[in-house]
Structures are given as C-alpha cells and as structure tokens.
Design a protein around this ligand. Structure first.
Ligand code: ZN
Length: 121
C-alpha cells in the first residue's frame, strides 16, 4: 500500500469562563509525492505543526481575557533554582533542591539553638 495523501486537523476549543467558548480549527489535506521521496509522516508532522500554530495564534487574538489567558503555556519552575519542573512532577522543588532547603533549615535551627544557649539568663 502506498500512502498518497495525508490529512491533518488541529482543533482547539477554549472556555471563556462565562458560559461560552471559542473554537478555531484548521485542516490540511496534502498530496504526497512519493516520486520525489516525500515521507508522509514527516509531511503530516509539519502540516499539523503549522495548523496548531495558526489555530493558537488565532485564539490569542480573542477579545476575551479568559481565553487569551487560557492559552498562556503553563510552565512550572522550581521555587529554588528556577529550572523547569517535569510535567509529571507534583512538587514545587526538585528533590535535590528540596534536600538543600532542608539542610539549610536544619543549619538555621542549630544556629538558633546555639544562640539561645549562649544567652546570659
Ligand atoms: Zn531546583
């Protein structure tokens, strides 16, 4: 079987938070030129990426602040080092950064305990 055509579609519906929503969609159907060695998967990937970019750009022009805000990428960063946290990680600190925070907190508590012992009363 030879793939001679690829169709991709990107559709996004975003709630305006006020009982409404906006939808944008783009669909491409592309003839594959196997003679010149076009890879259907590669062509599909490029076309889908273009459709996604167009749809998201269109929705970012919405008159609704809620819709524009919903399209801001939600990138979570570590509270200590500021590096991006993986999407599957639920905490606010990398485990290594969490360990550093704990060590610093312990150090502060020990210093406070020493200060209390040295007080003249
Ligand atoms: Zn970190």
């Amino acid at each position: 079987m030879q793939i001679s055509q690829v169709t991709v579609e990107f559709r996004r519906t975003v709630s305006d938070g006020n009982y409404g929503n906006e939808t944008a969609a783009m669909q491409f159907t592309i003839d594959i030129d196997r003679e010149s060695g076009e890879d259907p998967q590669f062509v599909g990937k490029i076309a889908l990426s273009a459709a996604r970019a167009h749809v998201l750009a269109e929705l970012k022009e919405s008159g609704s602040l809620n819709i524009r805000r919903a399209l801001i990428p939600q990138i979570r960063k570590c509270n200590r080092c500021g590096e991006v946290l993986p999407d599957d990680f639920m905490g606010y600190l990398h485990p290594a950064c969490s360990e550093l925070e704990r060590a610093e907190r312990d150090e502060r508590r020990q210093a406070e305990a020493r200060d209390l012992e040295e007080m003249p009363f």
